[in-house]
Design a protein around this ligand. Structure first.
Ligand SMILES: *[C@@H]1O[C@H](CO)[C@@H](O)[C@H](O)[C@H]1NC(C)=O
Ligand SMILES: *[C@@H]1O[C@H](CO)[C@@H](O)[C@H](O)[C@H]1NC(C)=O
Ligand SMILES: *[C@@H]1O[C@H](CO)[C@@H](O)[C@H](O)[C@H]1NC(C)=O
Ligand SMILES: *[C@@H]1O[C@H](CO)[C@@H](O)[C@H](O)[C@H]1NC(C)=O
Ligand SMILES: *[C@@H]1O[C@H](CO)[C@@H](O)[C@H](O)[C@H]1NC(C)=O
Ligand SMILES: *[C@@H]1O[C@H](CO)[C@@H](O)[C@H](O)[C@H]1NC(C)=O
Ligand SMILES: *[C@@H]1O[C@H](CO)[C@@H](O)[C@H](O)[C@H]1NC(C)=O
Ligand SMILES: *[C@@H]1O[C@H](CO)[C@@H](O)[C@H](O)[C@H]1NC(C)=O
Ligand SMILES: *[C@@H]1O[C@H](CO)[C@@H](O)[C@H](O)[C@H]1NC(C)=O
Ligand SMILES: *[C@@H]1O[C@H](CO)[C@@H](O)[C@H](O)[C@H]1NC(C)=O
Length: 372
């Protein structure tokens, strides 16, 4: 047995060495035409010059058979995602990203395209230290930028022009299209909407800046202020997390899967003494809307929580769904899908009036006639 065991160890060792060598990240100032990445290695990502951001293949929830084409914060504990391309179409092992003069193309190993960023005349590309991935033409002008094609997160120095949209992911670790969007509308309004999951039908707004005709663009500046610039050049504050020494922190603002836009900071230093009281993790510094459960939902659509359930906003600003008494979650892992009764439904065929009773629950409201 011992011999078999040690033989096995050798085999495992022999297998694991090349696997370790496979995952390479390369620091690149200029990514040249014809460069490519492969989720199976050898090159899986390109690092920004500072080494703080990477663009490339990121294993989806530590499952090394499925990948997200993403940009992530390299020095945070969980490599926090700042941008992603293919949330609805995870890339299997062996997928490639090709950079040609026509832009970026993500293909699986069978050659089927999963995602693309099409341009004409790209000459080189760069993963910048701001977290922006940029394709340039021969005049050295940006012709495609991840900052102009955001997913659910914005970063300092990023500006969202009219027509831009942020879309939440479905769950914290599920990057498929979620149920909330934030739009910088062409009409000058900044609006949050709920969307139906399957049909993608857009319900009414749950928050708006009320600046139709007057708004222009959304700015996240270096010192941690996020504001909407109005035509008369005044700033409409969206969230506010001003930092005295912004260079000591990573910053991001994300339309989270619960529909809340939250601004976060994460200290760059890892040693306790140098962090000045901050956790070595993301800390929320501001959010919008203030309380998504409290009247935030002003039109039909079930809000964060589904049928027969209610929304609860904790003092730590996290949102949760709960079932009324005698109801249970349809799917405890996806609480937003709502609750179902534990009892059989009423029937009009027989007189059951003595078998049902009304319960009163305090501090709870379904503000609209909401059975949607
Ligand atoms: C990147 O390539 C462009 C175009 O060839 C060149 O002008 C620029 O100097 C290069 N930058 C670096 C850092 O090599
Ligand atoms: C991987 O990156 C290195 C360094 O940039 C480069 O020399 C090599 O050709 C790349 N390999 C592939 C397969 O692209
Ligand atoms: C990883 O993803 C593959 C492909 O979707 C799936 O078949 C497999 O069950 C997943 N593994 C784990 C551990 O979740
Ligand atoms: C985080 O990203 C770096 C650089 O791409 C990589 O080497 C590392 O393995 C990643 N860590 C995790 C936990 O995924
Ligand atoms: C490069 O892009 C800029 C900005 O879009 C454009 O003005 C310029 O004409 C382009 N240059 C070439 C050579 O296409
Ligand atoms: C812009 O704002 C001004 C002042 O608040 C308001 O009077 C005006 O109606 C707004 N413009 C539009 C197009 O609504
Ligand atoms: C960011 O915006 C705030 C509020 O408008 C302003 O006080 C601050 O100076 C700005 N920071 C930079 C670097 O422009
Ligand atoms: C700028 O426009 C906004 C919205 O239209 C208005 O509320 C504000 O009073 C204006 N500010 C100035 C200084 O004109
Ligand atoms: C927006 O935030 C800036 C920076 O804190 C502050 O100076 C300004 O008064 C705020 N504007 C409004 C309208 O609250
Ligand atoms: C916030 O509080 C709720 C309930 O009190 C708890 O379940 C959740 O884990 C907390 N979240 C964070 C981020 O601390």
């Amino acid at each position: 047995m011992a011999l078999v065991h040690s033989l096995l160890s050798c085999l495992l060792l022999a297998l694991s060495v090349p696997l370790q060598l496979q995952a390479q990240t390369t620091t690149t100032h200029n990514i040249t035409l014809g460069s490519n990445l492969n989720s199976a290695g050898p090159n899986i990502s390109w690092l920004s010059p500072s080494g703080e951001f990477a663009f490339g293949f990121s294993p989806l929830n530590l499952n090394t058979s499925e990948f997200l084409l993403a940009i992530w914060f390299v020095n945070t504990a969980d490599n926090t995602t700042a941008w992603y391309a293919n949330g609805d179409k995870p890339a299997p092992l062996g997928s490639t990203l090709q950079f040609t003069s026509f832009g970026l193309s993500l293909k699986n190993s069978a050659g089927q395209e999963l995602w693309s960023a099409g341009v004409n005349g790209a000459v080189y590309a760069g993963m910048l230290d701001t977290g922006n991935f940029v394709l340039y033409n021969s005049s050295r002008k940006p012709i495609w930028q991840s900052f102009e094609n955001p997913s659910d997160t914005i970063l300092p120095t990023q500006v969202l022009q009219p027509g831009s949209v942020l879309m939440s992911r479905l769950m914290a670790t599920d990057y498929t299209s979620g149920r909330f969007i934030l739009k910088v509308q062409d009409d000058g309004n900044l609006v949050f909407y709920t969307v139906a999951l399957v049909s993608r039908y857009q319900y009414g707004a749950y928050w708006t800046s009320n600046t139709v005709g007057n708004g222009t663009k959304l700015v996240f500046n270096e010192t941690g202020n996020i504001y909407f610039i109005l035509k008369n050049n005044t700033r409409f504050n969206v969230t506010y997390g001003q930092l005295d020494v912004p260079s000591d922190f990573y910053q991001r603002a994300t339309l989270d899967y619960d529909g809340v836009f939250r601004q976060y900071v994460h200290p760059k230093r890892t040693s306790t003494s140098e962090r000045g009281g901050w956790d070595n993790d993301w800390t929320m510094v501001d959010l919008l809307p203030e309380n998504i459960c409290d009247g935030g939902i002003t039109s039909t659509g079930s809000g964060f929580c589904g049928f027969n359930s209610y929304c609860k906003f904790s003092s730590n600003k996290s949102v949760d769904c709960e079932c009324p008494p005698h109801y249970s979650f349809l799917d405890p892992n996806h609480k937003y899908k709502g609750c179902i009764p534990d009892f059989p439904p009423q029937s009009c065929k027989i007189d059951e009036s003595d078998q049902f009773e009304f319960l009163s629950i305090s501090n709870l409201d379904w503000p609209l006639a909401d059975y949607e």
